[in-house]
Design a protein around this ligand. Structure first.
Ligand SMILES: *[C@@H]1O[C@H](CO)[C@@H](O)[C@H](O)[C@H]1NC(C)=O
Ligand SMILES: *[C@@H]1O[C@H](CO)[C@@H](O)[C@H](O)[C@H]1NC(C)=O
Ligand SMILES: *[C@@H]1O[C@H](CO)[C@@H](O)[C@H](O)[C@H]1NC(C)=O
Ligand SMILES: *[C@@H]1O[C@H](CO)[C@@H](O)[C@H](O)[C@H]1NC(C)=O
Length: 130
């Protein structure tokens, strides 16, 4: 599973490699460009049963891009969450192509609650910066 910490570690490693090259002026480890990269993706966890039970998977998506839920999870998700910390917001849609009714609770352990409209019916989602 990807996490923000993993991304930070990868970025820090990349910056360290650059700094290790025989360059006269070493770059700071946390350059503004590296910090900016933290906001380009979001991690979304989805499970076929409520309360994060049953089959689950986590997908890392680019921000601002609509992602269709792939075959075996399409119309089968009963719990879902945006796992990115703080700076992203995801919207879940009933139809493919981010079309149709939408919903944006960032963490819902039981989509069946309330009107239940989004239980076993999410087909696509997109995430953006908040
Ligand atoms: C909705 O979610 C519950 C709990 O995970 C599940 O038992 C139920 O079969 C789901 N589907 C529908 C169509 O209600
Ligand atoms: C995305 O999810 C994380 C973890 O549940 C949460 O801390 C964060 O606030 C969420 N983002 C928004 C915009 O709610
Ligand atoms: C997403 O699903 C819709 C149908 O719901 C389809 O028309 C569209 O081509 C799909 N997009 C991608 C990128 O697969
Ligand atoms: C979105 O849904 C509307 C209404 O059902 C439909 O007319 C339109 O073609 C859909 N657009 C896409 C991109 O799927």
């Amino acid at each position: 599973m990807f996490s923000v910490k993993t991304i930070v570690a990868i970025l820090a490693f990349g910056a360290a490699s650059v700094a290790a090259a025989p360059a006269p002026a070493p770059e700071p480890v946390a350059s503004p460009a590296a910090v900016g990269l933290l906001a380009v993706q979001s991690a979304v966890r989805m499970c076929k049963d409520s309360e994060w039970r049953g089959d689950c998977k986590t997908v890392l998506v680019d921000l601002g891009v609509c992602t269709n839920i792939s075959g075996d999870y399409n119309d089968k998700i009963s719990s879902i969450e945006n796992q990115s910390s703080g700076n992203t917001k995801c919207t879940w849609y009933i139809d493919g192509n981010c079309n149709g009714s939408s919903y944006s609770n960032q963490k819902d352990a039981k989509l069946q609650d309330g009107n239940g409209k989004f239980n076993d019916s999410i087909s696509s989602f997109s995430c953006t910066t908040k």
